[in-house]
Design a protein around this ligand. Structure first.
Ligand code: LMR
Length: 404
């Protein structure tokens, strides 16, 4: 029956994790998947998550009943406040339709499905994605019949933002085009617009009536500050740009495998928002019936309790600052000790979990094959795989790969 099913290639990111795990080379390093590691290369269960889990497990009323279709209400409301801010006009006017999702991927999928079903496209069903973007974005939109189209974003010459290219893509796209925006800590480049640039981007969104499809997978990871990392989303909301936000708690709470996320639509008024929520609920029912409860309960506890919330912020700072420290040290070894050819300042400038090294495909492959340092072929390294013990090995291997 299934003779005609072709063999699919393995996922470009998760195949690196598998290859790393089966490699017996003692100095192997995994700079592939964006998953936080502490300085001993161990996954880090956030102390605040341990505390919240204990509270949950000792709750005699805990059961395993179904959550509502759109998820745990106290999780959804706290998640919306976390990204939109306590002063959000949309929240005050009850114009936010929030649903719990299967982490950020599920939020992107549900948002994409909703767009495919209900958005009035101006011409063919298309969404503009930054070039480059997280590879899964392409697959998620294609799955629901929306064709991804690239917009200029990254400038290899400056290893920075191609701001003019981005603005002209916004201007030349048909009116009411959906554009996917990384809210902060752009994956894979680590290159974010500045606040002034976001303001100009929002101007064009309003002129052209574009739709902002925000993906926010790294709130807190960019600067160590949850509010600062939500700046672009809040600014767009304040200016009434039509938008939705996909939110993930995989990275900022270390809840990767628990699949905790949310999708927030901003409606034009309360009645329209209720209609959106009713349709999201219908879609969610046929896809997953209702989302899983464990991670959402943990996050609801953390976000709704002042002391736990403060501790979470401290834990986020611990992760973000370790990454920033590794950026400084890697830059120092490359430029001051090894005198590696080229300019490496982008390692300091780039934001969040990743650095786009500028290594080409052959150099990236050499890192994997010769040095057993696992990284994606586009030159992206996950900074969190670097620690005080492997820093020199990583720097020396980068140096060798660049020198060829
Ligand atoms: C990554 O880009 O490494 C992460 O977002 C993990 C994933 O799902 O690909």
């Amino acid at each position: 029956t299934w003779q005609s099913v072709p063999l699919a290639p393995p996922d470009s990111i998760f195949k690196l994790t598998a290859a790393y795990k089966s490699d017996t080379f003692p100095q192997k390093v995994n700079l592939g998947v964006g998953a936080y590691r502490d300085d001993s290369n161990k996954p880090w269960v956030l102390p605040v998550v341990k505390k919240a889990t204990n509270i949950l497990l000792n709750d005699p009323a805990l059961d395993h009943e179904y959550l509502p279709i759109t998820g745990l209400p106290e999780f959804n409301s706290a998640a919306a406040k976390l990204i939109l801010g306590k002063d959000s006009v949309a929240l005050r006017e009850q114009r936010v339709a929030s649903s719990q999702t299967i982490s950020g991927t599920g939020a992107n999928h549900l948002g994409a499905l909703f767009l495919s079903r209900f958005y009035t496209f101006n011409g063919p069903k298309q969404i503009y994605l930054s070039n480059p973007t997280w590879a899964n974005h392409h697959a998620i939109f294609k799955n629901v019949g929306i064709e991804p189209v690239d917009y200029a974003y990254f400038d290899p010459k400056t290893v920075g933002l191609d701001f003019d290219g981005f603005i002209s893509a916004l201007k030349s796209a048909p009116e009411r085009s959906p554009f996917l925006l990384h809210a902060c800590a752009h994956n894979p480049t680590g290159v974010d617009p500045t606040e002034e640039q976001w303001e100009k981007i929002a101007d064009v969104f309003l002129q052209k009536k574009h739709f902002a499809f925000f993906d926010c997978a790294y709130q807190g990871f960019a600067s160590g500050d949850l509010d600062r990392d939500a700046w672009a989303v809040r600014y767009f909301e304040g200016r009434n740009v039509p938008m939705l936000v996909c939110q993930s708690f995989a990275k900022n709470a270390g809840l990767y495998g628990e699949r905790v996320g949310a999708l927030h639509f901003i409606g034009v008024d309360k009645a329209a928002t209720e209609r959106i929520k009713s349709q999201v609920s219908v879609l969610q029912r046929s896809e997953i019936s209702n989302p899983p409860s464990h991670g959402a309960r943990i996050m609801a506890l953390i976000m709704n309790d002042e002391a736990l919330f403060e501790q979470w912020k401290e834990d986020i700072r611990t992760m973000a600052h370790r990454i920033i420290d590794m950026r400084k040290k890697l830059h120092h070894v490359l430029t001051q000790e090894l005198h590696t050819p080229g300019n490496w300042d982008h390692i300091l400038r780039q934001i969040g979990m990743f650095s786009f090294t500028g290594l080409n495909a052959a150099q990236s492959a050499a890192m994997v094959e010769k040095a057993h340092i696992y990284m994606t072929g586009n030159g992206r390294i996950s900074m969190t795989g670097i620690n005080s013990k492997n820093l020199h090995y990583v720097a020396e291997s980068l140096d060798k790969a660049v020198k060829g």
